[in-house]
Design a protein around this ligand. Structure first.
Ligand code: ADP
Ligand code: MG
Length: 675
């Protein structure tokens, strides 16, 4: 039985829905191993069409092609891949070497696709290269070789898998006559080792060196001339068969993607830069949110006793308690009037002092987890409250009684005030004495004006107050603090009645503070100025975060489109390479894998670059903010960095799926014709 047998082969190319072009007409041919067959014929006579069908690149034919007894037309996808990998080798007129791979990598490509280990791969390739006189050129890129050398590399690539059949479509078409002869010598040798070589040629001189000349005209065989001599098989060069049933490994796919990316380094750096902008925005956004949150938490914990919640009266709570309201009744629905506004606006709220009623105090006491209620007084004035020291008058804005809500960190020098003592702010102390701490122990006169009543008394300065880096407005104002008892004594001495207007609610446990604050707000009470300000600040931050998220989303989208475009371009650029990979037994899956690896790498590099730039910007930004405000505001955590890289990789790979599929679906014949 002949090794390759073609029976009643017909091939039609579809032209329109109803029309077909009859390219191969009833072809019957048989070939044996060891033959060197030349197919000759006019241009357009169907030579390439026949080669593509025989090579298993084109399966849309009628008739039977039996290879070693097996019917090519009935191969499963797996069998076809095996056929390409083990049975057949291609040599093309235009060489079709992969330009970004070295000579060695071009020759080993088929074995890489079969996941043959590196040592075996290279040993085998070097053996073939040496045989073809290319031993010294294995590191070169195809562009550094002459035409004859390129074709010899292509022959090496076809031979390295030790196929039974070599299909060569005009292998000497692009070579001068001297190099043609060298290449033909090699091809003749190949046939002598017992392989079937089928070669398309235009040249009679080339054809004359073959053992059989088949002439094709207008798709039909018109002449079949057997010129075989009784020559012995010399078997000059023989490779051992090896088991190859594995597929392209992920590592190899990534390495191939890397080699290609290295070739287009400049472009890939630009893509990574573009892609990194989105990731950078995401990371900076997260870092800013985290930084501000850290800052707020730190500040709160530092300056505010976590057990304490502040409550202030508002117009709303005053109405609700049903007291002193002539125009409105208690059961009237609560309007969102100025009182509501006041509750949410620290500036307005501070200027109001509404005293607590007994009802209010009971209501506060009923809030779950409140252990104790401490009543206090605070007032806010512009110019009417003063401290007199050594005949100089120092106005201040904020008067208050101290409570457990102050912490030791608020005391810069000295101690909390006790009976008949006051705490004054650092700036006030500095106005009175060169060194703020020297004011401790000095006696000052405090003069207050409350609702038209004047109060005054002499007190000893116990300490210097600082707001630290609290965000509360108190930090910005000159303040005087004393104990509630001292304040009550002061009102009694001055014959004035003043009700407490501030309540400190002690929680049983710090974990209850949040629910107490929420309950206070639900009941309509105002919180501490610090809480209110922090809430406002958080709201602002939320808006800012939304804007940043928008920017980040847009830039991520843009980079996805960019990666998509670039990979599409890459598919077009690499069409020929894809054709070669398919011809030597690369599966669609392998090609997809190579392209997806490339998008994975682009995503990885973009992500890493994004982290790098974000870290740099955060570093610079933090230095700037630190100089201005003594704190840092951009906190990049490893989790955010990881998230950034993951997002980048995922987006990039999603963008890469479409081009990768396009590449995988390319028709190998079209792809090989592409240049
Ligand atoms: P050769 O290699 O002998 O020059 P081809 O095998 O390339 O010839 O082409 C044989 C004939 O088939 C030509 O007339 C050509 O126009 C036609 N042909 C080749 N490829 C296609 C195709 N994809 N669709 C339609 N017709 C085709
Ligand atoms: Mg042709």
């Amino acid at each position: 039985m002949p090794f390759l047998s073609i029976q009643n082969l017909n091939k039609y190319y579809p032209i329109t829905e109803s029309q077909h072009f009859h390219a191969l007409k009833d072809i019957n041919l048989s070939f044996d191993k060891g033959e060197l067959v030349s197919i000759i014929g006019e241009s357009g006579s169907g030579k390439s069409t026949l080669m593509n069908v025989l090579g298993g690149l084109d399966l849309t034919f009628d008739g039977d092609i039996l290879v070693d007894g097996e019917n090519l037309g009935q191969f499963s996808e797996k069998e076809l891949v095996r056929f390409h990998k083990e049975k057949i080798g291609f040599i093309f007129q235009s060489f079709n070497l992969v330009s970004h791979l070295s000579v060695l990598d071009n020759v080993t490509l088929a074995m890489t696709l079969s996941n043959v280990d590196k040592q075996t791969r290279n040993d085998r390739a070097m053996e073939v290269l040496e045989h073809l006189g290319l031993k010294d050129h294995y590191k070169k890129k195809p562009s550094q070789l002459s035409g004859g050398q390129k074709q010899r590399v292509a022959i090496a690539r076809a031979l390295v898998n030790d196929p039974d059949i070599i299909i060569a479509d005009e292998p000497t078409g692009a070579l001068d006559s001297q190099t043609s002869d060298q290449v033909l010598d090699i091809i003749q040798d190949i046939a002598k080792t017992g392989k079937l070589v089928i070669m398309v040629t235009h040249s009679d001189r080339v054809a004359s060196r073959s053992s059989r000349i088949v002439t094709i005209d207008d798709g039909a065989i018109i002449k079949d001339e057997d010129r075989r001599t009784k020559e012995e098989d010399t078997d000059t060069f023989k490779l051992t068969k090896q088991e190859r049933n594995k597929n392209l490994s992920l590592v190899a796919a990534i390495r191939m993607a890397l080699l290609n990316m290295k070739e287009k380094m400049g472009r890939n750096i630009l893509i990574a830069l573009g892609g990194s902008i989105g990731i950078m925005s995401v990371i900076l956004m997260l870092a800013l949110g985290r930084g501000v949150n850290d800052y707020l938490t730190d500040t709160m914990n530092e300056n505010v006793n976590p057990l304490i919640s502040e409550a202030r009266m508002t117009e709303e709570t005053q109405r609700d308690s049903g007291a002193e309201s002539e125009t409105e009744t208690a059961d009237e629905p609560t309007e969102r009037g100025p009182g509501q506004f006041a509750a949410n606006n620290p500036a307005v709220q501070l200027s109001q002092t509404i005293p607590f009623e007994q009802d209010n105090i009971e209501e506060l006491r009923d809030i779950p987890h409140v252990e104790e209620i401490e009543l206090a007084y605070t007032s806010f004035s512009v110019g009417s409250d003063t401290v007199v020291y050594e005949e100089d008058t120092h106005p201040f804005m904020n008067f208050g009684t101290i409570s457990a809500s102050m912490t030791q960190s608020n005391i810069l020098h000295g101690a909390f005030p006790e009976s008949n003592e006051v705490l004054i702010t650092e700036e006030m102390a500095e106005n009175m004495m060169d060194e703020a701490s020297d004011m401790i122990g000095e006696e000052v006169e405090v003069k207050l004006r409350v609702d038209g009543d004047a109060l005054s008394g002499f007190y000893t300065v116990s300490g210097i107050y600082t707001a630290g880096n609290a965000i509360g407005p108190a930090s910005a104002f000159d303040s005087v603090f004393m104990t509630m008892d001292t304040f009550i004594e002061m009102t009694e001495e001055n014959d004035v009645t003043i009700e407490p207007n501030l309540a400190y609610l002690h929680a049983e446990d710090p974990s209850h503070s949040q629910s107490i604050k929420e309950e206070l707000s639900a009941l309509g009470y105002g919180g501490s100025s610090t809480d209110t300000l922090a809430a406002t600040f958080t709201q602002l931050l939320d808006i800012f975060t939304y804007i940043l998220s928008g920017v980040a989303a847009i830039s991520l989208f843009v980079s996805a489109i960019m990666i998509l475009t670039v990979l599409y371009i890459s598919v077009v650029e690499r069409t020929q390479e894809i054709g070669v990979i398919k011809a030597i037994g690369g599966r669609n899956k392998d090609i997809r894998r190579i392209f997806v690896s490339e998008s994975f790498l682009i995503g990885l590099f973009s992500g890493l670059l994004g982290i790098g730039i974000a870290s740099l910007l955060a570093f610079i930004g933090n230095i700037a903010v630190n100089n201005l405000f003594g704190t840092t505001i951009l906190h990049i955590t490893p989790l955010y960095a990881l998230f950034g890289v993951l997002a980048s990789v995922i987006i990039s790979m999603i963008a890469g799926v479409f081009p990768a599929n396009k590449a995988a679906r390319l028709d190998p014949i079209e792809a090989l014709r592409h240049d």
